[in-house]
Design a protein around this ligand. Structure first.
Ligand code: UDP
Length: 357
């Protein structure tokens, strides 16, 4: 394996690619990075490349702010052009975004081998755009790097043993990132000082899933819950641009501390100093666990079922009363020591690079 093309486009993919890129480099594999442009703001994109020292993208397709079909279609076209020009040995895609699906599909149609990092995850909710992207990407990828035993089982149940694809349980690259950047972020991030919250109790919250932002009643219910909770314990919420736009358009008032999206280093420190996490993000549910914080997940399902089964994560949906009750209950608990190795041994990215080599 000499030349790999990595497709990234969204915030969680930059974090995953940061640790895998380093491992590929250490294994002597050449990597070309294609940024589709899905996330483009400085604090949704550039900050991640700078602080985690991800090599600058070789291509930026600058495709964003379009509906799903148009966005995926234009990405497919743009990625295909790059693949025809570069003729890589393999295309590497991450997670569950439109960039992931477009990358896998462009490669497959050109008969270029494809590897999917974070394969096999399922929410079993077909209304989620991410679920469609995951299912289709898994089905057309040659190598499926699964983060958890649950993900491996999901693929087996879907009959993947009978397909040509290779299923490999390597662990979660997000855990590698959490370990690698924990100390580094402590020295670099000033967010706790900047927000003047040292020693204070707060709930760290993020909301950005389409199922919550695009449903007026759900979003209102979540914001109402946060406003109520904020009367007793400070709520700090780095606002995703999509959520910010929708709140502005609908004139929904937030009484809590909404801040601009932050870089990964700041986010690690915000989680580590928080009392509790509340989110609809996939990544943040696990990061809460990595840093020993309980998490209320504002969704009806999660792909990270082992967190729920082991009592670290509680699904509330967008129901105001249940969100409040769950958070109040979890606030009584002390942070825990996440000694169960639910997400591997912190070497997922090294294993991926060695397998690809
Ligand atoms: N994140 C961040 N800054 C923020 C919000 C999130 O660095 O302001 C990180 C978060 O810690 C996690 C990742 O971005 O590692 C998750 O991204 P997101 O919630 O956008 O996507 P998901 O995980 O739901 O796919």
């Amino acid at each position: 394996m000499k030349k790999i093309i990595t497709i990234v486009g969204a915030r969680p993919q930059f974090i995953k690619a940061a640790v895998v890129s380093r491992a590929l480099h250490n294994a002597g594999i050449g990597e070309i990075i294609v940024h589709t442009g899905q996330h483009f703001d400085t604090n949704m994109s550039d900050v991640f490349f700078e602080e985690m020292q991800i090599p600058k993208p070789d291509y930026n397709l600058e495709i964003n702010n379009l509906h799903h079909g148009a966005m995926t279609g234009r990405m497919l076209e743009g990625i295909e052009k790059v693949l025809l020009k570069e003729n890589p040995d393999l295309v590497l895609v991450y997670g569950d975004t439109n960039s992931t699906l477009a990358g896998a599909l462009a490669a497959r149609k050109l008969n270029i081998k494809t590897a999917h990092v974070e394969a096999g995850l399922r929410s079993f909710n077909p209304a989620m755009p991410e679920e469609i992207n995951r299912i289709l990407t898994d089905r057309i990828s040659d190598i499926l790097f699964c983060p958890t035993a649950t993900a491996m089982n999901n693929l087996r149940k879907e009959g993947f043993d009978a397909f040509d694809s290779k299923l490999l349980l390597v662990g979660d690259v997000m855990y590698d990132a959490a370990l690698f950047y924990e100390k580094l972020s402590e020295g670099k991030s000033t967010i706790i000082k900047d927000l003047n919250i040292s020693g204070q109790k707060y709930i760290l919250c993020t909301i950005h899933r389409q199922e919550n932002t695009d449903n007026a009643a759900s979003l209102q219910s979540i914001i109402d819950a946060l406003n109520t909770l904020n009367q007793d314990i400070q709520v700090i919420l780095p606002l995703h641009p999509r959520t910010r736009n929708i709140l502005q358009t609908r004139g929904i008032k937030t009484g809590f501390h909404a801040i601009d999206p932050v870089g990964y280093f700041d986010m690690i420190q915000l989680i580590r100093h928080s009392h509790l996490v509340m989110t609809d993000s996939g990544g943040l549910q696990k990061e809460a666990y990595f840093y020993g914080k309980y998490c209320a997940t504002v969704r009806e399902q999660t792909e990270w079922t082992e967190l729920v089964e082991n009592g670290y994560n509680f699904l509330t949906g967008a129901k105001k009363e249940l969100i409040i009750k769950t958070c109040e209950n979890l606030m009584q608990r002390k942070p825990f020591d996440s000694s169960l190795k639910l997400y591997g041994d912190g070497n997922a990215s090294r294993k991926i690079a060695e397998i690809l080599k």
